[in-house]
Ligand binder design. Structure first.
Ligand SMILES: [Fe+2]
Ligand SMILES: [Fe+2]
Length: 182
């Protein structure tokens, strides 16, 4: 079948279309913001002397660097040229230990919804490669990210001391024996 010349010309340059590109570049900023937010929580726990929760949030922050790297790799693979977006300053208010866990759940829900928007854009642009790639990477990852965030919020709300809670949270996170976790 004859291929539209415009389609050929565009796709010789890059294989992801503009709306999806725009949202993917914005998602780089969101993932890096999440990293900075979790590092801020890590600082809060470091100062409190709850070093296992410091370690937990450092690890969660490192996962965000990985998510951002997935997008970077995908854009490079598709020959998309872009500039790194601005990342806003962290604006979280930390009232107490539990509030970091609530904010983590909310941030992961927000992240899931942002990623769904990228899937929708890719579907609209009939970019089935990116739809599949999103499902396999960021969408799949959000299942885990939301699950562990809700799970540890429940622990944070248990009626016991924080040294006991931090022990449980870090060891559960690091064991990663949940079938949904990766
Ligand atoms: Fe993320
Ligand atoms: Fe993860």
């Amino acid at each position: 079948m004859p291929i539209d010349k415009k389609v050929l010309k565009e796709r010789r340059e890059q294989s992801i279309k503009p709306k999806t590109v725009k949202l993917l570049v914005e998602q780089i900023a969101h993932e890096l913001y999440n990293h900075n937010l979790y590092r801020t929580f890590a600082n809060y726990f470091a100062v409190k002397g709850l070093h296992k929760l410091e370690q937990y949030y450092v690890s969660r922050a490192n996962e965000e660097i990985t998510h951002h790297q997935w997008i970077v790799d995908r854009l490079n693979y598709a020959d998309v040229r872009y500039k790194y977006p601005e990342v806003p300053a962290v604006d979280a208010v930390i009232d107490d230990e539990e509030s970091t866990f609530v904010q983590t759940v909310d941030k992961e829900i927000e992240t899931t919804l942002l990623i769904y928007k990228i899937v929708e854009a890719a579907e609209q642009e009939k970019d089935w490669e990116t739809v599949k790639w999103l499902q396999d990477t960021l969408v799949d990852e959000q299942t885990e990210e939301e699950h562990i965030s809700r799970k540890f919020l429940k622990i944070a709300r248990q009626d016991t001391d924080w040294v006991t809670k931090e022990d449980y949270i870090l060891s559960e996170y690091e064991s990663g024996d949940d079938p949904e976790e990766a």
